[in-house]
Design a protein around this ligand. Structure first.
Ligand code: FAD
Length: 390
């Protein structure tokens, strides 16, 4: 007999190892993450111990090379892991995505010596990363950033303020984009800064609409000194490195969005099957059934889109346009689906007794981070019609 209601996601995974990994992640999320999500998010508690557990289990290293402690998994597998983690708690899924983004610069653009020195601890040593591009006066126009790094002998001295930094104040390392040359994108260089560097401090976390367990804070650099061997890539190459990291990071955001959309659909399916009005389950009404059908279809479309982009990346093909499309589509879909889930739970959907209101608040941030959805449209259009005339 067919079982109706929430179903385990049917995943196409390339290897037996990947299938075992997803089973492990689903169990771990159900046992260690989901049970405390509502309480922790209400209390604004950052689950540091969960990240320690993920690091121990190899889940903070998945898409990176084995040689330096990475899990050597294709992006299509890593993203499906992220989706499961985000479905259990966005603070964790997005946190893993940001950590992976913070490792990207060094893993892809660091020298062999730098990778050997730092990556093993970053990937499996219990460390947590942050990625510092945005500033109080530069968000979408990230290339106008003002944080400055000045050469002093064999060191660089960094001064400035970064804004909206996920894991700001709790991270063990910060990938920082700072100006070392003139105006514009070519004057920017990337650095790997340890969390305990003298002169580095974080402001109180922002008071956000959602994802309250994930600290987002300004990070101040007041004469922070790092040796030149913590510069990643060449001087002036930092903006290209930052954008390269974001192409991959956007796929992580897309996967997180589908994770919370799936969680909202599952809630809506369970609730509408049990809630009776007019003498029958509300899931019997065509107006409800069509909403559910549209929600499920958008989830499948979004998942297919992010996986298609990931498979291009895994094959070494260009994937920036497809990553922007996946981020745009999946996060808009998550906003719509979580809003519809609140609607399908009626008055209860609007209360904290059910998770759908939290999922709706969480979906909103995904339309903003790592390039707002207007910026994604700009990126996609540039690939199709070329750069704007000014
Ligand atoms: C919870 C959270 C976590 C974050 N984590 C990080 C992090 O870890 N690291 C990091 O570096 N940053 C992080 N950010 C910052 C995030 O990436 C920025 O908020 C985002 O890029 C937008 O920048 P902004 O907020 O300055 O908005 P602005 O750039 O000021 O934009 C304001 C509005 O104008 C629109 N807009 C701007 N330019 C254009 C244009 N050319 N065409 C059309 N519309 C335009 C935008 O889409 C937006 O709607 C985080 C933000 C949040 C909320």
């Amino acid at each position: 007999m067919t079982e109706y209601g929430p179903q385990p996601v049917e995943r196409r995974l390339p290897t037996e190892e990947a299938r075992d990994l997803l089973t492990l992640v689903r169990e771990l999320a159900g046992r260690e993450i989901r049970p405390t999500t509502a309480e922790d998010e209400d209390a604004g508690r950052f689950p540091r111990e969960t990240f320690a557990l993920l690091s121990e289990s190899g889940l903070l290293s998945l898409p990176y090379e084995e040689e330096f402690g990475g899990g050597n998994q294709p992006y299509e597998v890593y993203l499906q892991v992220l989706e499961e983690l985000a479905a259990a708690r966005l603070t964790v899924g997005l946190g893993v995505s940001v950590h992976t983004l913070a490792c990207h610069a060094l893993a892809r653009h660091g020298t062999k010596e730098q990778r050997a020195e730092h990556l093993p601890a970053m990937l499996t040593g219990g460390l947590l990363g942050a990625y510092c591009l945005s500033e109080p006066a530069s968000g979408s126009d990230a290339a106008s950033l003002r944080t400055r790094a000045v050469r002093d002998g064999d060191d660089w001295v960094i001064d400035g303020t970064k804004a909206w930094i996920t894991h700001g104040g709790v991270a063990d390392f910060y990938t920082v984009l700072a100006r070392t040359g003139g105006e514009g994108p070519r004057g920017i260089t990337a650095f790997l800064v340890p969390g305990d560097a003298e002169g580095l401090s974080a402001a109180a976390p922002e008071r956000k609409m959602g994802m309250n367990g994930s600290p987002t804070a300004q990070v101040h650099f007041d004469g922070v000194r790092v040796p030149d061997n913590r510069r990643i890539g060449e001087e002036g190459q930092g903006f290209a490195i930052a954008l390269d990291a974001l192409d991959s990071g956007r796929l992580g955001i897309a996967a997180c969005a589908i994770g919370i959309a799936q969680a909202a659909l599952d809630e809506a399916l369970a609730y509408t099957a049990g809630r009776e009005q007019f003498g029958r389950p509300v899931s019997d009404f065509q107006g409800v059934r069509f909403m559910i059908a549209d929600m499920a279809t958008r989830i499948e479309a979004g998942r297919s889109l992010y996986l298609a982009a990931a498979r291009l990346r895994d094959a070494g093909e260009p994937f920036a346009r497809q990553a922007a499309m996946a981020k745009l589509f999946c996060t808009d879909a998550a906003m719509r689906i979580t809003t519809d889930a609140v609607q399908l739970l009626g008055g209860y959907g609007y209360t904290r007794d059910y998770p759908v209101e939290r999922l709706m608040r969480e979906a909103k941030v995904l339309q903003i981070v790592e390039g707002t959805n207007q910026i994604q449209r700009m990126v996609i259009a540039r690939h199709l019609v070329g750069p704007e005339s000014r």
